[in-house]
Structure formats: C-alpha cells, structure tokens
Design a protein around this ligand. Structure first.
Ligand code: ADE
Length: 252
C-alpha cells in the first residue's frame, strides 16, 4: 500500500511515518509513502500558494493551480486514484472506512491549510471528503496521520502477531473489554477470577458481557446499532447489503 501526501509541511508527516510501528513497516516495505510539497508547484517567484478569498472574509485560501499541479504529479492525472481531502465538512472517519481504504493499493491525501482550498480544484481531484471529528484543527496533516495509522495497521504484515488487529474495539461494533496483566493483585485490586480459570468459554462470555456493558454506558449510539445489527432482521439486512456490494464491485 502506498500513501502519497500533498502538503505544505512534509516534515510533519515524515516525523511520524518514520517512527514506531509505521516506521518499521516502511523499512520492511509493507507500506510506502511519498510527501509532495505543494509549494514546489507554485509558479509565483516568491513561492506563494495562497490568496485572499473572493467576496471577503477572514484568512487566506490555497490557490487552485499549485494544488492541481501537485495532484497531477502524484497521480499522473488519473482520476481513479482515491484522493482524500481532510476537512471538518467531510464524512466522519471510522473503523469501517479504514477497512475500506485499506483495500486500495494507493491513496492520495490532500492537506489543506489557512482557511481551506479553492473549491474548483477540490471538484477536479477529490474523491473522498473526510473529517476526523467535530473540532477544527490548523491543517490536514494531523488528520492525515490519524487516517494513515488506522489504515496501515490493517495492511498485511504491518502488525506482528502479538500486536494483532483481530479481536479489539470496533471489530464487532463494540468497545473492547478490560484487560489485565501480571501481577494478579496490585494495590489491593485483584484480576477478575474468571480470567485465571483457564475456562476459555467462560472467559469469552465474560469478555462479551464486559464489552456490551462498556458500550452501553460509554457509547449508547454503538450499542443501539449493535443490537439492531445482531437481531435476525439486522443480520439478514447485512447479508443483503454485502451481496449488493459484491455485485456492484464485480460489475463496476
Ligand atoms: N482539518 C481541520 N480540522 C479537521 C478535522 N476535524 N478533520 C479533518 N480535517 C481537518
């Protein structure tokens, strides 16, 4: 999987993607990335990339030409390549979007700055508008890194066995159950008895119960959704949707 990032601040991206688990994945060729500095495509002798908004208003906007030329450089003008623009106006990122993006071979991320980017160039090159939550950040670099982290860890070979991306929060639409390691007693608090029992069936039941309880209390929205999806009608609806998606994929 290759990530191409169009940005005015490549050093922000490089610092993170060369560190920790993602850095290891880059070294082992499980993922690759390229930063493309939008400023390199400015035709202005001062290298400027922004200007005042027509109609007035606060702040500056990124101009269309440098963004478009940087995008053409990244994609070879191929409109099939998924190009993600990070914006609070986008669809809110979640685990199932991460799973969908992880199936692509290549993703392009467009990081805005100042008050945003001229709408016309967005219309030309963006395929997906994504937000990482209902708050406003200073630019698209941090949201891009959040997305790359969530996507890359789903790519084969990025996580080692002991860092498995299996049974965990959101995997089944529920929050993860509490976990414990040694010692069995710490500050007078004991690890729940069932986890020491060696009875795997009981352990699974306890974990599911804790997941349900946590989700109900902390994320009632997910809990309601889980109940709806796991009813008989919900299961049938999901089977139908899966068949529809497969049909669309095979016939597109
Ligand atoms: N750019 C600024 N704020 C953002 C957010 N919340 N999500 C995605 N991109 C952004």
């Amino acid at each position: 999987m290759k990530f191409k990032i169009l940005t005015l601040f490549p050093e922000m991206i490089e610092g993170v993607l060369n560190s920790s688990i993602l850095g290891r994945a880059v070294k082992n060729d499980r993922i690759a990335y390229e930063t493309i500095n939008i400023r390199d495509f400015s035709q202005d002798k001062h290298g400027s990339v922004d200007d005042y908004p027509y109609g007035g208003g606060a702040g500056m906007l990124m101009q269309p030409q440098p963004v478009f030329d940087a995008w053409k450089h990244a994609t070879g003008n191929d409109r099939q390549v998924r190009t993600i623009y990070l914006t609070p106006q986008g669809e809110t990122f979640n685990q199932s979007m991460a799973e969908e993006f992880a199936r692509e071979k290549e993703l392009v991320f467009l990081c805005g700055h100042y008050e945003g980017i001229d709408e016309r160039v967005l219309e030309e090159c963006v395929t997906d508008y994504v937000s990482i939550g209902d708050y406003v950040l200073t630019g698209g670099e941090l949201p891009t890194l959040v997305m790359i982290d969530a996507i890359a860890r789903l790519v084969d070979g990025v996580l080692h066995n002991d860092e498995s991306a299996q049974t965990e929060t959101f995997d089944n639409g529920l929050l993860e159950y509490p976990q414990y390691t040694r010692p069995a007693e710490w500050m007078g608090k004991e690890v729940p008895e069932v986890l020491l029992s060696g009875d795997h069936k009981k352990i699974e039941e306890w974990r599911l119960g804790m997941s349900l309880e946590r989700t109900k209390v902390n994320r009632p929205d997910l809990y309601v959704n889980y109940l709806a999806c796991n009813s008989e009608e919900g299961k049938e609806r999901r089977r139908k949707n899966r068949r529809k998606r497969e049909y669309r994929r095979n016939n597109s």
